[in-house]
Design a protein. Sequence first.
Length: 165
Amino acid sequence: MFVRVKNIKGNRYAYLVENTWQPKGSRQTVKAYLGKVLKPEMAALTPMPDISSHSFPDAVLALTGWTLANHGFQTLPDGYAKDHVHVSLATKAVRHKQRNAAVEMNEGYLCDHTLTQALNFVGEGTREEEVGQRLANTLLEAGISVPQETFVMLFNKIFKPLQES
């Protein structure tokens, strides 16, 4: 599944879609409405958080907060906010004026679905490259872009090779 953006009457809206094969070729099935797409401009780059002592979910939360801060979001006691957009990392909710929303950042979209996917990522697998690629795609889809050394540190917190019998 992936996020697809549609332009409707001059506004952009995000949907979670899945490709399925039909006799006439590939078709997209909408699985969920994710909300209106909002694109905040990049603001000043803030210092990278130190995630070395964090658990994997806490590290993802810190990196998400860092990405939001880089796009001009202000830190609040219950999350982050900018221009009527509120992101609650505790409840994994992205809202614009109390409605579902998707925040376009970097090359992805931060919304309820992508935030949940990033926080609940399971790093089990037989091949390190496959797990690394899945983690990179999950972060990219959520709009969370991190330097290579930070990504490696995050990957090492989650990767667990399957035990061979």
